[in-house]
Design a protein around this ligand. Structure first.
Ligand code: GDG
Length: 731
């Protein structure tokens, strides 16, 4: 058997294939991710799957083979994309829908069905390629917003795989995310992972809140349960290869470059601005802030120069073409307005620089002006700090970047506030050297420690931890052999008692505002009847619902009905009240519950003869949490020392006499019928009372995978319960 391996999946491979004059060229990039991968423990073999950067329709079959072979030798597996897919999946859904929306640029976000279709298709294509290479014991780490459907697609093919996902851009607040037409599919796609990583906890929080609001999932601060699996969500702020930047800054090649820069800009303070040309980076706002600085600080004229590097990016997307024109016009306007024969305030270049020249700029610049309007992390800020070989240099950093949390010693600015940025430029240029050195040293210590190597290692080791601790949720899971055992015991028995809860057991939960939607479908009624009419069978539905509803739904069937957790029982065709009146207490408590309903849209009060129930299934989680706490606090004082109890259930709080429980109802039935086979199934805390009251020989089954249940077994969901019951009716 092969050793387990680590499979990295990203839209782009760290290698680019280009074709010039009919000849293929291969260039390897050593971006952050590639560095992080190199530093992972060497004992696991790796495979990297992604697009090699050239459209498949530009390659002849022979060239495609050549590309595949070249990549295979280096541990890379290509996913070949056509020109159309690059257009619709990459430039389209990824960069014309997700990128702007996730960065809060609603006005640049385009929703198109052909984009989405292509996004799905390409994610499926990636899944197909992965399937060819994956083994059940492998770890897969999927990168970024281009591949958000992939975790679930991999999970469907290889359920045992260990799957991690990292998002390199912000995850927006629910208010913004919910604008996306395909929002649910995207969340479900991500939830196929065991661990989902974000740069900062705010993004994780937004993701969790979207899961709650859009998929109705409950979560703790770092976990959400989906499809019976626990998915961990956490923050891992990506770092840079600190020592590489430090040593480059001291290298001879870079020193030559620094001297060249000094010669070119004699006696000038250099302010540096480096980004991909992207509207999220706030380049126009930055230029306007610099303009304002020049307007308000004439004594700095001819003393400073803003060196602006804008790296071409996504040039096929229209928004980027327009942005380029705006930036270039703004640069010309400012240079025209303030410049002179011997001074150009802004030195602008629309072109990427070789690594050494970039580090030389970082090392030579007196100030780095990093002011994105929104940025997942921002590595330029960290690289500037890592490249300072002298104890000087000031960083001005936007508070809209993920990096700000780790760099509080920078001059923090709101990038939209041009006056504040202009003032920050002046503060930076006049900051005493001693202060610069203190601020810089403190940031350097932090950036050096949590570098890109640590980031990669942390993510992978946490992925291992969470998958290890995820396993026990299936400890009691009903196996095929137990199902056979139950079937045989059921067939042998002469006197059977079946105790079945209804909501969440025989029928899925529906919105509490429209309880009629929970009415039993015809097929379910037929199944219950078939089970109940088998000779020697007593079937009982034990529910918390009121007796009128149970009568309406099941009144015609030859079964026993227990309503309101045992307050009412129907045997031999007539209903009996088993408890004394609860009316007085209800009259006292109902107005309090009504007040809470008025202030909490989505909630409702259900009044039964022997209980009051506050339902909050349709209330946003955060609000439900606060309201439930307050409600319980108010009620507690009123029921203290009485026979009334208050119980938490599945998105409900129930107030009822303590003596009425499903457990009591179940034991009464057991005493009465003295069965030789008991099957009891339920999903709720009230069903735990039944499980507890029954003898050890009873087959007690909890719906959902919860280890703390006192039931002997667990079963995944409602359809599985129905399938188990159907098996009992098979001859
Ligand atoms: C995304 C997220 C997140 C830039 N100009 C040149 C050049 N660069 C390199 C920098 C830096 C990288 O490009 C830019 O990284 P950023 O983090 O600043 O921004 P994005 O490209 O938008 O990256 C971002 C990142 O993913 C990682 O998770 O931080 O928030 O948007 O490494 O050095 N490199 C060279 N010449 C240049 O002219 N050689």
């Amino acid at each position: 058997m092969e050793d387990p391996k680590l499979i990295i999946v990203s839209n782009r491979l760290p290698i680019s294939v280009t074709k010039e004059n009919g000849k293929l060229h291969f260039s390897e990039s050593t971006g952050g991710l590639a560095t992080a991968m190199q530093s992972l423990p060497a004992d696991t073999s790796r495979l990297w799957i992604g697009w090699p950067g050239i459209a498949s329709d530009e390659l002849t079959p022979g060239e495609k083979r050549q590309v595949n072979n070249y990549l295979a030798k280096r541990g890379y597996v290509p996913v070949h994309l056509s020109t159309e897919q690059i257009d619709l999946f990459y430039s389209g859904y990824s960069n014309d829908t997700l990128w702007p929306l996730f960065h809060y640029f609603g006005e640049f976000t385009h929703y198109r069905d052909d984009y989405w279709q292509s996004y799905k298709q390409v994610n499926q294509l990636f899944a197909k390629v992965i399937k060819k290479h994956i083994d059940a014991r492998d770890t897969v780490w999927v990168q970024d917003y281009h591949l958000m459907l992939l975790p679930s697609l991999i999970r469907a093919d290889t359920p045992e795989a260990r799957i991690g996902f990292f998002l390199h851009i912000p995850f927006p607040s629910y208010e913004v995310f919910r604008l996306l037409p395909e929002r649910q599919a995207i969340l479900k796609g991500l939830l196929g992972a065991d661990l989902i990583g974000f740069h900062v906890y705010d993004y994780a929080r937004h993701f969790l809140s979207s899961c709650t609001r859009l998929l109705n999932l409950s979560h703790t601060h770092d976990k959400v349960v989906y499809d019976d699996r626990s998915v961990t969500v956490d923050s891992f702020p990506i770092g840079v290869d600190y020592s590489k930047f430090q040593s480059a800054a001291l290298s001879d090649g870079v020193k030559v470059e620094i001297d060249r820069l000094r010669e070119h800009y004699p006696d000038k303070k250099l302010i540096l601005s480096v980004d991909r040309l992207d509207y999220t980076k706030g380049i126009v706002h930055r230029l306007e802030a610099f303009e304002q600085f020049l307007q308000t600080n004439p004594k700095f004229h001819k003393q400073v120069c803003l060196v602006m590097v804008a790296v071409p990016s996504r040039i096929d997307v229209e928004t980027y073409q327009t942005l380029r024109e705006t930036v270039e016009k703004t640069v010309s306007r400012i240079n025209g307005e303030f410049g002179s024969i011997d001074w150009t305030p802004i030195s602008y270049q629309f072109q990427g620089l070789p690594y050494d020249e970039l580090v030389a700029l970082y090392a030579a610049a007196d100030v780095a002006l990093v002011t994105p309007l929104r940025d997942g992390m921002n590595l330029v800020a960290k690289e500037y700090i890592a490249s300072r070989a002298t104890p000087t240099g000031v960083l001005i950093l936007s508070e809209m970047t993920g990096a700000i949390d780790e760099m509080p010693e920078s001059i923090k600015v709101n990038p939209s506030d041009r006056s504040a940025v202009a003032r920050a430029i002046k503060t930076a240029l006049t900051m005493p050297k001693a202060e610069q050195s203190i601020r810089l040293a403190s940031m350097q210590r932090r950036i050096a420690r949590y570098n890109v190597q640590r980031w990669g290692n942390d993510f992978i080791s946490q992925l291992e931890d969470v998958t290890r601790s995820n396993k026990p949720t299936t400890k009691k899971q009903l196996t095929t052999s137990t199902v056979d055992e139950i079937k045989q015991a059921h067939a042998r028995a002469k006197n059977r008692l079946l105790l079945l809860d209804y909501d969440g057991t025989l029928k899925e939960f529906t919105s509490s505002l429209t309880p009629e939607l929970a009415r039993p479908p015809r097929a379910l009624l037929a199944l219950i009847e078939k089970l109940a009419t088998a000779p020697g069978t007593t079937l009982c539905i034990v529910s918390g619902r009121d007796h009128q509803t149970l009568q309406r739904w099941f009144g015609k069937l030859p079964i026993i009905l227990v309503a309101e957790h045992g307050a009412y029982v129907k045997t031999n065709g007539s209903w009996q009240k088993t408890a004394t009146s609860f009316d007085k207490k209800k009259r006292q408590l109902r107005p309090i519950l009504d007040q809470f309903v008025d202030r909490t849209p989505g909630s409702l009060v259900e009044e039964k003869d022997f209980s009051l129930v506050w339902h909050y299934r349709d209330v946003p989680t955060e609000l439900a949490y606060i309201r439930t706490l307050n409600l319980k606090h108010d009620l507690r004082n009123l029921i203290k020392g009485t026979t009334t109890g208050m119980f938490d259930g599945n998105k409900i709080v129930e107030i009822k006499p303590r003596s009425i429980t499903k457990g009591h109802a179940a034991t009464t039935l057991q005493d009465k019928y003295n069965p030789d086979f008991i099957l009891c199934i339920g999903d709720d805390f009230t069903d735990e009372d039944m499980f507890r009251g029954l003898p050890e020989s009873a087959y007690t089954i909890h719906v959902g995978h919860k280890d703390e249940t006192v039931a002997r077994y667990t079963i995944s969901d409602v359809p599985s319960v129905r399938s188990l019951l159907r098996k009992l009716t098979d001859k």
